[in-house]
Design a protein around this ligand. Structure first.
Ligand SMILES: [Zn+2]
Length: 456
């Protein structure tokens, strides 16, 4: 059967698909609540039932110390690429419930949108990909490529079992590329492809001085105030030009080529766009780069919280015994996590005065990732989007982190294609999360073209 006929078939399935999508959305698979464990299992079983019925093979729930991972495959396209589809079936909690216009686990279609927790992040995306495969297998009996599925149930709590699962199942998961559906596009009429993600290193620093809080009149000016020291040390991590001062910090940062700068300029990101999006009265960052370049291709360091001394109402002349801060770095391609920790330690060693003690702890370390824009899966996705949306997608680097992408590179040695059909204003993780239904159907169509192009 021709692809055009299969696309027509999926369009006629609208009511059927929406009804089945609603079934998935009605299951409160909130991974962070232990009391929702039964729903995690119900959601995983819902997926395996769908996958088995559509003709995928080796469909199974693979146990982990947390929630089971759903696996399945179809490997009957010899000589064709194998794509590992990644997704997650868990969702964020729905509170505050009173801010929802319809209950988060009673899916509600209003206008072009379906409202429910997990609609966009990311039951909608995994559902669209599955429906594309179901239509192909059901209507033509085969797929143009080989597919495997890894759908986890712990993404929203940081995927604790995932790295070990991938490491111990390398053979089972071996593939040519990962299709990561946990993604979005820039706008309903502005398709985009993310080809780079930043890493994240999160730290906590505490500084201590006198044995206990002391009177600032008795000791002010003769001992080190840990809060003053903390502020100076944190402020010293940047220079006036917005550059990070840790020794050697930029040594391995991959430089932007002229070619890539041109690619990034093509996105619809004006300076005004970032001001409006943030509500900030102005923009600031490392000199010599545009905001889009700073966001995706340059590292950043930000203080996330700071504490110490008197925080109550009124005044208290205290010189605090201790002060602390949480701060984190967004890291880019080629920065090594262990090197970055050493650079920070080296900075603290010289910046911290002898009259104070300090302790640094690492909360989390996750690598960044960059993919080859010219690689076959990304090019196939770009062509598929052009066919469905009628315009070329633009390429962009993402400032946030998707740890599983780095994990797949490290453990399986393969790049990920980020391809999902959520929108930035879908309200993921917030109240009234929604998914555009027309976009969901465009997603199904894009996945169909994508598999077809990649396999030919
Ligand atoms: Zn997600």
């Amino acid at each position: 059967m021709e692809l055009a006929e299969i696309i027509l078939y999926t369009q006629k399935q609208r009511d059927n698909y929406v009804k089945r999508f609603e079934e998935a959305l009605a299951i409160p698979s909130i991974s962070t609540f232990p009391e929702n464990r039964q729903y995690m299992l119900r959601m995983a079983e819902w997926l395996t039932a769908q996958m088995t019925a559509m003709g995928l093979e080796n469909v199974s729930l693979m146990p982990t110390p947390n929630n089971p991972i759903v696996y399945g495959d179809w490997m009957h396209a010899p000589g064709k690429p194998t794509v590992l589809v990644y997704g997650h079936y868990d969702v964020q909690p729905a509170d505050p419930l009173e801010e929802w216009d319809s209950p988060p686990f009673s899916p509600s279609v209003r206008g072009d949108y379906i409202y429910a927790r997990g609609a966009s992040d990311m039951k909608g995306q995994i559902f669209a990909q599955l429906m594309a495969v179901e239509a192909l297998l059901g209507q033509s009996g085969q797929l143009p490529i080989n597919v495997k599925y890894l759908i986890e149930g712990d993404e929203e709590v940081g995927s604790p079992p995932l790295e070990n699962f991938i490491r111990t199942n390398k053979e089972l998961l071996s593939c040519d590329a990962v299709l990561n559906c946990d993604s979005m596009i820039h706008g309903a009429d502005a398709p985009s492809i993310v080809y780079a993600l930043r890493g994240l290193a999160y730290f906590e620093l505490t500084v201590s001085g006198p044995a206990k809080d002391v009177h600032s009149g008795m000791f002010g000016g003769i001992i080190r105030n840990p809060l003053n020291v903390l502020c100076e040390v944190l402020a010293g991590m940047h220079d006036a030009e917005g550059r990070i001062t840790l020794p050697g910090f930029y040594d391995t940062v991959r430089l932007l080529s002229e070619d890539e700068r041109e690619v990034l300029r093509q996105g619809p990101y004006s300076e005004r766009y970032f001001m409006d999006l943030s509500g900030s009265p102005g923009l600031f960052g490392e000199s010599g780069y545009s905001s889009m370049e700073r966001l995706g291709a340059r590292p950043a360091l930000d203080i996330n919280g700071i504490w110490g001394g008197f925080q109550g109402e009124g005044a208290k002349t205290v010189l605090p015994a201790r002060a602390g801060a949480k701060f984190s770095m967004r890291l880019v391609a080629d920065q090594q996590l262990d090197e970055v920790v050493k650079q920070l330690e080296a900075y603290l060693e010289t910046a911290m005065p002898k009259e104070c003690r300090y302790a640094l702890s690492v909360h989390s370390l996750g690598p960044g990732a960059i993919m080859d824009r010219k690689a076959a899966p990304i090019q196939a996705a770009a062509k598929a989007m052009k066919l469905v949306f009628g315009k070329e997608p633009f390429f962009r680097r993402e400032g946030a982190s998707v740890p599983v992408v780095g994990m797949m590179q490290q453990q399986l040695g393969v790049d990920s294609l980020m391809l999902g059909f959520g929108l930035p204003d879908d309200g993921i993780h917030g109240p009234n999360e929604r998914q555009s239904l027309p976009l969901l159907f465009k997603g199904i169509e894009t996945y169909l073209h994508f598999m077809n192009i990649l396999g030919s």
